[in-house]
Design a protein around this ligand. Structure first.
Ligand code: NDP
Length: 326
């Protein structure tokens, strides 16, 4: 057995945290030879529920689970962490404006960024799932003095996986035959699911589907899939979000397959005309434990317009939390 990996999960007693903790404890991130220690953070009122999660985790007797920490103290949760999944976030309350939501979450993600910088390993990888995820990642990265902003990502992998699933269904293929799907921009309804480079069994996806389906059905279905799941299940997506968070982290650590890429919301670096200062979802490849934005893909006018709209939304989110950015 290798040295245990310390994995912090915030909001660990919530819906997504509950799904994530068991998959991680079962060794589904890096395999059966890499034990894990789960360091779970909750707000004080949820510590009772978190204790229940710990009891169930122990009851599974997972061979890969080497330890559990359940705490309301961020410094304890992030102590020596190799990986952090920031899942817990303030949900939108009745009458709450988007600006209020952004600022309430800023109060959570700023201190968490500071605690990560103070206590986690210097090469920690952080994935923000809690919404508004891109801007929460921006706030956490900006508060984490001494760490590189590139260590803070937000999740658009569930949107990416949903896009693959929709395309597979439409073309009667299997998700494993699909390559080079992209989600651009914000993890919100302005996200841009893009099939212009995608292939199915080696054939261009756009030669297999018509433009009307792409613009009129595919894009809105991917953008609104979360709402469709709430309607069907009576609860928001949780297992698929947890699974996608693990996909993101696994690819970041172990790399992406040759000839494919994944969607990751990472600090904008000027690629595709998106200047620094926001966390933007791009097509990315990973190698040697690091990621690179795939550069210089052609964008048609339709995509350029959509990218501009999602970037505008991210700039507005940034403006609403500017005072929290160090
Ligand atoms: P969930 O576990 O269902 O969701 C957690 C966060 O993930 C929400 O912000 C949610 O956004 C977001 N999210 C991102 N992508 C998805 C997706 N595809 N589907 C669903 N959600 C998505 O929320 P719960 O309310 O069940 O649990 C949250 C937990 O976090 C609670 O136990 C709470 O106590 C805790 N918490 C912990 C904090 C901390 O550790 N300091 C701080 C704040 C809360 P959206 O709201 O838009 O659905």
């Amino acid at each position: 057995m290798e040295k245990p990996l310390r994995i912090a999960i915030t909001g660990a007693a919530g819906n997504i945290g509950y799904a994530l903790a068991f998959r991680l404890a079962a060794g589904n991130l890096l395999g059966p030879d890499r034990p894990v220690i789960l360091q779970m953070l909750e707000i004080a009122p949820a510590l009772g529920a978190l204790e229940g999660v710990c009891m169930e985790l122990r009851d599974c007797a997972f061979p890969t689970l080497d330890g559990l920490v359940a705490t309301a103290d961020a410094n304890e949760a992030f102590d020596q962490a190799d990986i952090c999944f920031l899942v817990g976030a303030r949900p939108r309350g009745p009458g709450m404006e988007r600006k209020d939501l952004l600022s309430a979450n800023g109060q959570i993600f700023g201190p968490q960024g500071q605690a990560i910088a103070a206590r986690a390993k210097k090469d920690v990888r952080v994935l923000v799932v809690g919404n508004p995820a891109n801007t929460n990642a921006l706030i956490a990265a900006s508060a984490a003095k001494g760490l590189d902003r590139r260590q803070f990502h937000a999740m658009t992998r569930l949107d990416h996986n949903r896009a693959i699933s929709q395309l597979a269904e439409k073309t009667g293929s299997h998700p494993r035959e699909i390559r080079k799907v992209t989600i651009w921009g914000n993890h919100s309804s302005t996200q841009v699911p893009d099939l212009s480079q995608a292939t199915v069994g080696g054939k261009p996806a756009m030669s297999l589907v018509d433009a009307e389906w792409y613009k009129g059905t595919f894009i809105p279905t991917v953008q609104q899939r979360g709402a469709a799941i709430i309607k069907a299940r009576g609860q928001s997506s949780a297992a698929s979000a947890a699974s996608s968070a693990m996909d993101h982290m696994r690819n970041w650590i172990q790399g992406t397959p040759e000839g494919d890429w994944v969607s990751m919301a990472v600090p904008a670096d000027g690629s595709y005309g998106v200047s620094e200062g926001v966390v933007f979802s791009y097509p990315c490849t990973c190698k040697g434990g690091d990621y690179q934005v795939v550069k210089d893909l052609p964008l048609d006018d339709f995509l350029k317009e959509k990218l501009a709209a999602t970037e505008k939304e991210l700039r507005e989110e940034r403006a609403a939390v500017e005072s929290l950015l160090g």
